[in-house]
Write a protein that binds this ligand. Structure first.
Ligand SMILES: Cc1cc2nc3c(=O)[nH]c(=O)nc-3n(C[C@H](O)[C@H](O)[C@H](O)COP(=O)(O)OP(=O)(O)OC[C@H]3O[C@@H](n4cnc5c(N)ncnc54)[C@H](O)[C@@H]3O)c2cc1C
Ligand code: FES
Length: 285
């Protein structure tokens, strides 16, 4: 797959929720090649600080207009620096990287997305692709710690999606974990989905993965790991995986080149807990 490195101009930079911003970038070559689920490595400074590029999913993709968007949450130095970037500035962007979401089969009647916090980011590009599938009903379970971390409802207009919101503190929508809300619906109000997509903290993804494996439902999980290079060179983004030939032997998949989209059955979920080099958003809690 061709990797493009492009100087992308900032066209818009907007705060959408607490600590959450949307960047619109003019990046024609990457926009023409990018697919929902893939990501870009973004250099956040001209000098050595920060030294490493940071990975971000494509939030929305407008190939004809040559535009990509990134939705990000401030969690550390790099994203803090990103939040101070101005319209008219430019960023060095490399992408598209990794694999893309597989679209559901044409005869799918129910497609379910489960998003935790900033895990909503890649789902807008996926929902853009699904708008052209009027026969499939689309349900999004979208949770955050608090209501002010959820994206405003009007951003979902035109996407033909039914959004079920939850907050851990009960300030908006269902009070509790998004996985509890998801499971309540799956057990009663909604039939068995044809496809499930999930993105968010590991505990949430693990829950969705177990559910999908038990139900035999096709699921695609967008996973994170710490990334230094984004292109398969440093091997830093390894996740313990089920051995292809012998399930008992240790085997690793690399999020940047084998993912970030994985099937639930490919990951050794229990071993991830002991994996120390994982980002904070990734931990069980
Ligand atoms: C494939 C992929 C897609 C992502 N998409 C998005 C997105 O769309 N929106 C968004 O807000 N965040 C996304 N992230 C997480 C984002 O990359 C981190 O929040 C960001 O790198 C943190 O940088 P920092 O300098 O602010 O934080 P620091 O904690 O200061 O970063 C220090 C180092 O840790 C790495 N790091 C820290 N947290 C993460 C993390 N959660 N995942 C991977 N590396 C991390 C950084 O790249 C950096 O090398 C994605 C991560 C991956 C792997
Ligand atoms: S980030 Fe370097 S191999 Fe994946």
């Amino acid at each position: 797959m061709v990797k493009i490195q492009e100087q992308a101009w900032i066209m818009e930079h907007e705060k959408l929720a607490r600590q959450t911003y949307r960047l619109m970038l003019q990046s024609p070559e990457i926009a023409a090649a990018a697919r929902a689920g893939q990501f870009a490595m973004v250099r956040l400074g001209d000098g050595l600080d920060p030294l490493l590029r940071r990975p971000f999913s494509f939030h929305r993709i407008f190939p004809k207009q040559g535009i990509i968007e990134i939705l990000y949450r401030i969690v550390g130095r790099g994203t803090g620096k990103l939040s101070r970037i101005q319209v008219g500035d430019s960023l060095d962007v490399m992408g598209p990287l990794g694999n893309a979401f597989r679209l559901p089969s044409c005869d799918s009647s129910l497609v379910v997305l489960v998003a935790g916090g900033i895990g909503i980011a890649p789902f807008f590009a996926l929902m853009q692709d699904l708008v052209g599938r009027p026969d499939a009903s689309l349900h999004l379970f979208y949770g955050a710690r608090s209501g002010d971390e959820l994206l405003p409802p009007q951003l979902f207009d035109g996407l033909r999606v039914t959004v079920h919101r939850s907050t851990d503190d009960g300030s908006l929508g269902y009070c509790g974990r998004v996985t509890d809300l998801f499971q309540e619906f799956m057990g009663s109000a909604l039939p068995r989905p044809d496809a499930v997509y999930s993105c968010g903290p590991l505990a949430m993804q693990y829950h969705v993965a177990r559910w999908a494996l038990n139900q035999g439902v096709d699921a695609q999980l967008s996973l994170e790991s710490l990334m230094a290079c984004g292109v398969g060179a440093c091997l830093g983004c390894a996740l313990p995986a089920i051995g292809a030939d012998d399930p008992a032997t240790d085997h690793y998949l690399h999020v940047c080149k084998d993912g970030p989209i994985f099937s639930p059955g490919s990951i050794q979920w229990q071993k991830i807990q002991m994996h120390r080099a994982l980002p904070q958003t990734f931990l069980y809690n």
